[in-house]
Design a protein around this ligand. Structure first.
Ligand code: FES
Length: 200
C-alpha cells in the first residue's frame, strides 16, 4: 500500500501542460514584437540568447492568445534554439496556454496553504458560478477556469489569480461576487497583490 496521496492530474489540472499544442495557423511575429524581442535579447550575452525563451513565448501568446506548434517553431527560430527546448518550457509552465482561453483566466491555487484554507471549496463555488468545470472555457470565450500550483501569496490563502492579478483570502461564499465583479468591472474588481496594496 502506498502512502502517497492520489493526485488527480485530470483535464482540469494544468490543462496547458497536459494537452499537446495544435498546429494552428501560420505564425510569425509582428514587426513590433520582433523589435521588442530583439531588445529583450540584447539584455543577455549572445551565447545566452535562450534566456529570452519565456519572454518570446509571452509575446507569441500575447499576439495570438495561446501557443501553437507553429508559434513554438517561430519562437525557436527567433531564439535560435531547438523546438524541443521551447516545448519543454511550454509543457512545464502553466501560464502558457495550448488551447484558446477566455478573456478572464480564473486560476485557483490548489497547493498546500490554499488547500488547507479551503481552495477546493472555492473551486467548487467558482465552478457553479461560472457553470464551468476546471479546465473548461465558456462558449463566448469570456472565462476559463483552471487549478494551478502555488501563486506565491501563500500567507493570503486561498488565492485566485485572474490573468495577471491576484484575488486573495478568497472564501467559497464570495465566489459569485467575484464572478459578478469580473463581469461588471473586469480586473478592477480584484483585491490585487497585497504587497502592492501594502506599499501604497
Ligand atoms: S499555496 Fe496557494 S499561493 Fe502558495
Amino acid at each position: 500500500m502506498s502512502f502517497h496521496p492520489v493526485m488527480d492530474y485530470g483535464a482540469g489540472h494544468h490543462q496547458s501542460a497536459r494537452e499537446l499544442p495544435e498546429e494552428g495557423p501560420a505564425f510569425s511575429f509582428t514587426p513590433a514584437n520582433v523589435a521588442k524581442l530583439e531588445e529583450i535579447c540584447s539584455r543577455y550575452p549572445a551565447e545566452h540568447r535562450k534566456s529570452a525563451i519565456i519572454a518570446a513565448l509571452y509575446l507569441a501568446q500575447g499576439q495570438q492568445g495561446y501557443i501553437t506548434r507553429a508559434a513554438m517553431r517561430a519562437v525557436a527560430a527567433a531564439i535560435r534554439c531547438t523546438t524541443a527546448e521551447v516545448e519543454d518550457i511550454v509543457y512545464f509552465y502553466t501560464m502558457f496556454y495550448t488551447r484558446p482561453v477566455g478573456k478572464h483566466i480564473v486560476q485557483v491555487c490548489r497547493t498546500l496553504s490554499c488547500a488547507l484554507m479551503g481552495a477546493e471549496r472555492v473551486t467548487e463555488e467558482l465552478s457553479k458560478a461560472l457553470n464551468l468545470k476546471p479546465g473548461e472555457t465558456d462558449a463566448a470565450k469570456e472565462f476559463t477556469l483552471i487549478e494551478v500550483e502555488c501563486l506565491g501569496a501563500c500567507d493570503r490563502a486561498p488565492v485566485v489569480g485572474v490573468n495577471d492579478e491576484w484575488h486573495e483570502c478568497q472564501r467559497p461564499e464570495d465566489a459569485q461576487k467575484l464572478v459578478d465583479g469580473l463581469r461588471a468591472r473586469g480586473a478592477a474588481s480584484l483585491t490585487g497583490c497585497h504587497l502592492k496594496v501594502a506599499g501604497e
